[in-house]
Design a protein around this ligand. Structure first.
Ligand code: GAR
Length: 211
């Protein structure tokens, strides 16, 4: 089983979904570390209650020195023997140096069907654009924000009367199903990064990459 670290900034519901999935006997990964840049991130208590090592690397004392902040994160990940990193609502942009060091082993979940709607406020923007389908994407992190090679996606319908909140809740439920699947594919080596594309081991892996 692969050793996985999860980086969060807040509630950590995706982190929780990964922790739950990793309890499965056949799951190819263990969540060995949860790291937050916000000392009050709600997910820290959830992870600690599950007996998982938690750590805070607060970005504020680094006063904008992103390299030093990321070196501190990197050091903790390596100290725990982390092999793959999942960003789960981690709201700091990572520099090319960190992204390159973890290339092919660093994945993120984003609340839209990328390449549509990179950035923030995706649910409001999906509604404003009149989109009829919305969803979430798990992708390898690349140097461009919310633009790395796509590993897995889930689509959800936009319904009559949806607000940003009702739509967000529908997408979040899909995120909780998608992220564990995507991590399983990556941790098992069934979805790997080659150049700027994802290579799947077989048709079954491709089928598992969409919901
Ligand atoms: C999730 O919807 C995730 O996709 C999104 O933040 C939320 C975190 O919720 N991520 C981003 O917007 C990344 N730019 P969670 O803390 O409950 O997992």
């Amino acid at each position: 089983r692969r050793r996985v670290g999860v980086l969060i900034s807040g509630r950590g519901s995706n982190m929780e979904a990964l922790i739950e999935a990793a309890k499965g006997a056949d799951y190819p990964a263990d969540i060995v570390l949860v790291l937050a840049n916000q000392p009050d991130a709600g997910g820290l208590a959830t992870a600690a209650a599950q007996g998982i090592t938690t750590v805070v690397v607060d970005h504020r004392p680094f006063k904008g020195d992103r390299a030093a902040f990321e070196e501190a994160i990197d050091a903790r990940l390596r100290q725990e023997g982390v092999e793959f990193v999942c960003l789960a609502g981690f709201m700091r942009v990572l520099t090319p140096s960190f992204v390159t060091a973890w290339r092919g082993r660093l994945i993120n979940i984003h609340p839209s069907l990328l390449p549509a709607l990179p950035g923030l406020h995706t649910h409001e923007r999906a509604l404003a654009a009149g989109m009829r389908l919305h969803g979430c994407t798990v992708h390898f992190v690349s140097h461009e924000l919310d633009a790395g090679p796509i590993i897995a996606q889930a689509a959800v319908p936009v319904r009559f009367g949806d607000t940003a909140d009702t739509l967000a809740a529908r997408v979040l439920a899909a995120e909780h199903r998608l992220y564990p699947r995507a991590l399983a594919l990556v941790a098992a080596g069934r979805a790997t990064l080659a150049q700027d594309r994802v290579i799947y081991a077989d048709a079954q892996a491709v089928a598992e990459a969409s919901l």
